[in-house]
Design a protein around this ligand. Sequence first.
Ligand code: NAD
Ligand code: MG
Length: 397
Amino acid sequence: MRKIAILGSTGSIGMNTLDVIRAHPDRFQVVALTAGKQIERLAEQCVEFKPALAVVATAEGASRLTQLLYTRNIKTQVLYGPDALVTAVTDSACDTVMAAIVGAAGLVPTMAAAKAGKRVLLANKEALVMSGNLFMQAMKEGGGELLPIDSEHNAIFQCLPNQFTKSSPDQIEPLGVEEFWLTASGGPFRNKALTELSTITPEQACAHPNWVMGRKISVDSATMMNKGLEVIEAFWLFGLPLEKIKVLIHPQSVVHSMVRYRDGSVLAQLGQPDMRTPIAYGLAWPERIHAGVAPLSLIQLANLSFFEPNFSQYPCLNLAFSAARAGGTAPTILNAANEVAVAAFLDEGLPYLEIATVVERTLNTLAPVPANSLELILQVDEQARQIANKIIRDTKP
Ligand code: NAD
Ligand code: MG
């Protein structure tokens, strides 16, 4: 029986994870669930999965959840706050942690899972973007298994030889790997010029053509900041040099990514655009289990197409590449400014095209330094947020 803790169980990835777990009660037991604000949904999950522990963001949330569980006679212990997220990982007797909190809020508990030697199912790419080197080191020292859930990285992981998991990332090139091709749908505005996007609304930006996801990652997919974060994620996960990580637009989202080898072979992983496939792969690895995903029919798909992204159409992709090249805390700054700008776009009417401007100006204001400790990374994250917020305030009409 695998004992699972889910960080972010009420989100898109969290619910898909519970959906896979629900179908395999003989294999998986949920021991801890955590959420930010969706207390009713978390209460329902506790009623169904009866975890020993549930964690929410605030004291009010905790008392509401306690009340809801009391009326249903559920004995789950309820805690709240950032430290309790770490408790959910370290004290819940879990052996596997689904890291599916969105954004920087997931960094500390995900890092705790790495240090504690858990099997870490990593969906929370922002955590790795912020802390790359330290996180990979923590995984190594903890001795657990890191399985990527982001569909592109899961695809690459599936296309690498088995020796990969037994070797350290700096040994990927001897395995004959020449390049990664990360596929990207291009988002909902793929066929629009940048100049046509000034009046884009949150609803339009969140309407992804192929995937149903949380709001933040949906906006990131529209700007392609998501692909930029994923390039950095791939760099840390697999240790391939940045210049060997390529982005390909593939509007159908069927080929989830590819690995090109030195002998001319290109290995790809294909599937429906359904996150339950990579989630099931991570939960059961190295076995394969039913994920509830419809079989793929290549015959029903009229065609698959691939082309190079037009970088001038996606300024956020450019910014991510330059932050990746700059290294140190530059990706931390990029990520923090992007989180602030996307939240302002979603909730405060920041114009869509200003997302890239806010990120660029924050990167130009705060110089990167070596990312030596978690404390420093959290400090830089906070500083970058303050700068990005000020830029947004100053540009308000
Ligand atoms: P979501 O917004 O649907 O869910 C986020 C979860 O995090 C929710 O359970 C929420 O309650 C929790 N949360 C948010 N802020 C919190 C806080 N401060 N403290 C505690 N909990 C908090 O997001 P999602 O789409 O499920 O994405 C989750 C992560 O997975 C992101 O990092 C995203 O980039 C990554 N990811 C998602 C998909 C996808 O298909 N949705 C695909 C690849 C990667
Ligand atoms: Mg992805």
